[in-house]
Design a protein around this ligand. Structure first.
Ligand SMILES: C[S@@+](CC[C@H](N)C(=O)[O-])C[C@H]1O[C@@H](n2cnc3c(N)ncnc32)[C@H](O)[C@@H]1O
Length: 252
């Protein structure tokens, strides 16, 4: 159920796992020369990984007419933040208010509780990253911005620490915040609830909320947090056909 080092949950069959290993080995040993790797990275996208990209393409279309920033709650290796930064570069390279801010401990889960179920991988420290990973991710996101217009203005920020404290602190430092898109991917109850409560005064009709684990039995805490902070009977919880787990709400 877990990857060898980082506790990620793998629901694949043994056969699928073997194919993923082979695919990973093909990528690590690629004969593609350095100056062509980035342009050909699509050769190594699996359908599952592509489906996530397609999901965020659709979500980005929904936020284009709205004002405000993007927040991601649970960044880990930063693939979603980097993808959103690339989408911003394509669709609204001059929108300086579309700041992208990611919150994470960069040390794995903090604040697991009995609301997170009894599965073994739901423990403090699960889903950690390598030491100083936020410095590497900062370089990735800076490179994304460097390749695009207005690169002299930094429009991303990584906020390190327990979100129960860092999200309210960020918002008190930035009372001007309007949340156009909030992506919830802490997986667990406490920081999800804290982030939902903190952003509530900063959302509006048209704000898009994305949830990675709603209705998920492995991580029940995300659904409990949403039910406690918003009246879900008045939320249209929707999905796209290409991804089975991720859902979204456009506030009405
Ligand atoms: C599933 S990962 C996020 C994956 C990421 N969104 C992506 O697109 O690949 C969950 C993340 O939530 C973070 N996290 C869990 N509890 C936290 C807390 N109390 N404060 C801040 N981050 C937390 C973990 O460190 C982990 O990186």
């Amino acid at each position: 159920m877990k990857t060898e080092k980082h506790d990620a949950i793998v629901l694949s069959s043994e056969d699928e796992k073997d194919h993923f290993k082979l695919f990973t080995a093909l990528l690590k040993n690629t004969p593609i020369p350095d100056d062509e790797i980035l342009a050909n990275v699509g050769a190594y996208l699996t359908s599952k990984n592509l489906s996530r990209i397609l999901f965020f393409y659709e979500i980005y279309q929904k936020i284009l007419p709205t004002h405000g920033m993007v927040m991601e709650f649970g960044v880990r290796w930063g693939q979603t933040l980097s993808l959103v930064a690339a989408l911003r570069s394509i669709f609204e390279p001059f929108n300086r208010h579309r700041r992208i801010v990611g919150f994470d401990t960069f040390a794995g889960f903090v604040g697991t509780s009995d609301k997170d179920g009894a599965r073994g991988q739901v423990a403090d420290g699960s889903f950690s990253v390598s030491a100083d990973y936020e410095a590497h991710l900062t370089e990735i996101l800076a490179s994304q911005e460097a390749l695009n217009p207005m690169s002299h203005l930094r429009r991303f920020e990584l906020v390190k620490g327990d979100a129960v404290e860092t999200v309210p602190a960020y918002l008190s430092r930035h009372p001007e915040t309007l949340v156009s898109l909030a992506i919830f991917d802490f997986d667990i109850y406490r920081p999800t609830r804290a982030a939902l409560e903190a952003i509530k005064p900063h959302v509006f009709k048209g704000t898009v909320l994305v949830f990675d684990e709603l209705a998920d039995d492995i991580f029940p805490g995300e659904t409990i947090a949403l039910r406690e902070v918003f009246d879900i009977a008045n939320l249209r919880i929707q999905r796209f056909p290409m991804t089975s787990r991720i859902s979204y709400v456009v506030l009405e």
